[in-house]
Design a protein around this ligand. Structure first.
Ligand code: DQA
Length: 146
């Protein structure tokens, strides 16, 4: 069975309380439940982690080798700053899908650039918690075809 790593980056632990007008009222725990439900219907396994620390996210990507076949990642603000996370994804050379709750292109200019996008298969941005579900579907679809 395919095993997908789901990584949530900084501040996403505060979902539900954090800027609900931008990010919605769903908590991270509720998003994880939604992903587990979607994983069951896609017949894949998901391992889910959240960290506020760049190096912890880098270590989690390295630890995919031999364990996971694909990565679903919302790197939060590290999307716009982290060469290290981008390099880790390139290093393990496993398919990754980038997701965002908000549409990063409708927001401040500094959110328009992603360091992750060039090493991802694709990006889903702007659909709230549905971005995660759509991202998981796209990743599993890709893995089943390749
Ligand atoms: C985010 C968008 C980022 O710009 C922001 O820093 C986040 C959340 C999103 O899911 O919309 O923390 O990745």
């Amino acid at each position: 069975m395919l095993n997908i790593l789901v990584l949530h980056g900084p501040n996403l632990n505060l979902l539900g309380k954090r800027e609900p007008g931008v990010y919605g009222s769903m908590t991270l725990n509720e998003i994880d439940k939604l992903l587990e439900q979607e994983a069951r219907s896609l017949q894949v396994k998901v391992s889910i982690q959240q960290s506020n620390h760049e190096g912890v996210l880098v270590d989690a990507i390295h630890a995919m080798l031999g364990q996971h076949q694909g990565l679903l990642i919302n790197a939060g603000a590290y999307t716009h700053t982290s060469v290290a996370i981008r390099d880790a994804i390139a290093a393990v050379n496993l398919p990754a899908v980038e997701v965002h709750l908000s549409n990063i292109y409708r927001r401040e200019e500094f959110r328009h650039h992603s360091f992750i996008a060039p090493v991802a298969i694709g990006q889903i941005s702007g659909f709230g918690s549905e971005s995660y579900r759509l991202g998981l579907q796209a990743l599993v679809n890709y893995l089943n075809k390749n």
